[in-house]
Design a protein. Structure first.
Length: 422
């Protein structure tokens, strides 16, 4: 890699004194210059209006959470110790009571948590997503939002799809481009092949992504297989393409993995929620071997427990080791940065000239992070609370552990009152 000098270029600010996690996932001493929200140079930089001191820090791309449901902070700790089908029924019953203003509050708390733990971009699906969008706009984070589609509930399919299209078109490239949209059928278990086909065509026509829960449970996989389908039948819907972000894919077999790879589908691996709900473990190593673009997600805070992507990285790595397979630290880090950004269509996920300045500083001067291999420390030892500074598009959202755009204490007080009243 060529590390460009930027002595002659004036930048809005320069991040100095840190070790940069380069696109090849190696650490190198370098400065990072940022101007107009873009990384302008990486190397030795001297001229800047201001500097950010990264001494004792790793300067790395902000983490990309490839699958979550931000308003589910509202249901964290609810419906515990249930297996998937019982848990899903319990959650849906509680979600029926959630209002648009509740969604705004839940998303706002999720944004606080993500900023504090190093996430800068994410894929988000829920209900009342216009209210989630307003919270995300306020936070400064970057989000790709989908309003979920489940057939039935007394609403004709054509009306439901018209509503989702209106949301997609109104909020795409919203908040100065930080918010984009996608279509979000819940799963092949809750949407007909007709609905999946229509949503796939709508995503192509509107040039946006589409995401769905796919092969999350044994029951879903067995149902598709019973119909002599599995993923083959989805080919006719047009769903399988480079626009698809498939969440979970726990029960993908070898044929499914080849189909995912052939069609350029990205997969969001959610190791913690899958374990908590007892649905199984995704065949990540087999997917990587077939060149599937595997990303990492936290899932919602109800099934996943937290929005901490460092915890999800560590769990993903440990699950691979638990299967007796090799874990390459670089692969895990790429899944949480480069791969996630690619899946979401973001020019981010790398500390590289011309890329979005979605950057975090991880404070390595901590007892639990001192050791022989900093990359190992990032994957196996770090937690979200080690993130010192976070920025999106060059805008600093947290500096020296202090959030700048949101009144954190106020949000937590309002949230606790909501919990007490719920």
């Amino acid at each position: 890699m060529i590390w460009n000098l930027c002595k002659s270029a004036m930048s809005e600010f320069v991040i100095t004194g840190g070790y940069v996690l380069a696109p090849d996932m190696k650490l190198k001493r370098a400065d990072v210059a940022v101007s107009s929200g873009i990384i302008t140079q990486v190397g030795e930089c001297q001229s800047a209006e201001q500097t950010i001191d990264a001494k004792n820090c790793i300067v790395m791309p902000g983490l990309v959470n490839a699958h979550t449901h931000t308003p589910m902070t509202l249901l964290r700790g609810a419906c515990e110790n249930l297996m998937f089908e019982q848990w899903q029924e319990c959650i849906w019953n509680r979600e029926a009571k959630i209002t648009p203003s509740d969604v705004h509050l839940g998303s706002l708390l999720a944004c606080v948590e993500m900023i504090k733990t190093g996430t800068t971009g994410f894929a988000d699906v829920y209900i009342h997503m216009d209210h989630a969008a307003s919270a995300i706009k306020k936070s400064g984070l970057r989000g790709v939002l989908g309003w979920g589609v489940i057939e039935g509930f007394g609403e004709p399919l054509h009306e439901k799809l018209a509503h989702r299209r209106a949301f997609v078109r109104q909020y795409n490239n919203w908040a100065d481009g930080r918010i984009t949209t996608m279509y979000a059928p819940h799963s092949p278990s809750t949407c007909s092949m007709e609905a999946l086909g229509l949503l796939s065509r709508m995503s192509e026509e509107d040039n946006v992504l589409v995401t769905t829960h796919l092969l999350e449970t044994r029951k879903e996989a067995e149902t598709l297989k019973k119909d002599n389908c599995h993923l083959r039948c989805l080919k006719d819907t047009g769903l399988l393409s480079g626009r698809l972000l498939a969440a979970h894919s726990v029960w993908a077999n070898n044929e499914d993995i080849r189909i995912l790879s052939q069609h350029g589908v990205s997969v969001a691996h959610n190791p913690i929620s899958n374990m908590k709900l007892g649905v199984g473990t995704a065949p990540v190593t087999a997917m990587l071997r077939e060149h599937v673009n595997v990303c990492i997600g936290t899932d919602g805070a109800a099934p996943g427990g937290s929005m901490d992507m460092f915890a999800s990285m560590r769990t993903a790595a440990l699950l691979i080791r638990d299967r007796g397979q090799d874990t390459h630290l670089q692969d895990i880090l790429k899944m949480a940065t480069v791969n996630g950004a690619a899946a979401l269509g973001l020019l981010a996920g790398q500390i590289k000239k011309g890329f979005l300045a979605d950057i975090i500083l991880v404070d390595m001067k901590k007892p639990h992070l001192l050791g022989h291999d900093p990359l190992s420390a990032l994957v196996y030892s770090a937690t979200g609370s080690d993130v010192k500074t976070s920025m999106v598009g060059g805008e600093v959202l947290m500096e020296d552990y202090r959030i700048k755009k949101i009144d954190e204490e106020n949000v937590m007080e309002r949230f606790q009152k909501w919990i007490d009243d719920f």
